[in-house]
Design a protein around this ligand. Sequence first.
Ligand code: TMP
Length: 202
Amino acid sequence: MSRFITFEGIDGSGKSTQARLLADYLSSKGTKVFFTKEPGEGKLGEAIRNEILDRRDVDIQPYAELCLFCADRAQHVRELILPKLKDGYMVICDRYYDSTLAYQGSGRELDPDLVFRMAVASSLGVEPDVTFFLSIPVEQALLRLKDRGKERNKMDEEPFEFHSRVDEGYRQLIEKGVPRIKVIEASGSPEETQMEIRRFFE
Ligand code: TMP
């Protein structure tokens, strides 16, 4: 049985909604589920999220941004993910190190080898069993973000080209044939997408 599940996708792909729906569904079936996300869990995580995504008076340099996301992860793994896995929980995490590969590696166009080494190091050897990648055209995802009307963070405000590079980064990863990554068609309704995800738990 999969114990560590991650959700990935570009902003506006509906990944957070789907991750929560799956967590609620599996809990209702009696599974002990711990739902979490990156960045932003725990006291340090909250502070880091605020610095990276909400602070407008500092122009965070791309390598500094990479280090901050990795710091968030290293703390998150030690403080929450590992203890919950050890306590027998299924952990469902909204974003994990594939986000670093796609956003900092492809989106920010940083040295891919360095990004890979840092992303893997920050996970302290804790690999997801299954990763759901929510696949949606970039145009549609950005329209969803606009319609959602929620407060936008700094990443959401990046131009179309940035989100396209992030999408391309995810797709390159998938093309490498990483078996844990399951591609989910996410351009339909939330219900349709959720049904596709639940098939993996039948
Ligand atoms: P979200 O919580 O709305 O998904 O926002 C988190 C943002 O941070 C999202 O735009 C993706 C970005 N991000 C990275 O750039 N690198 C990372 O390693 C992670 C975890 C997230």
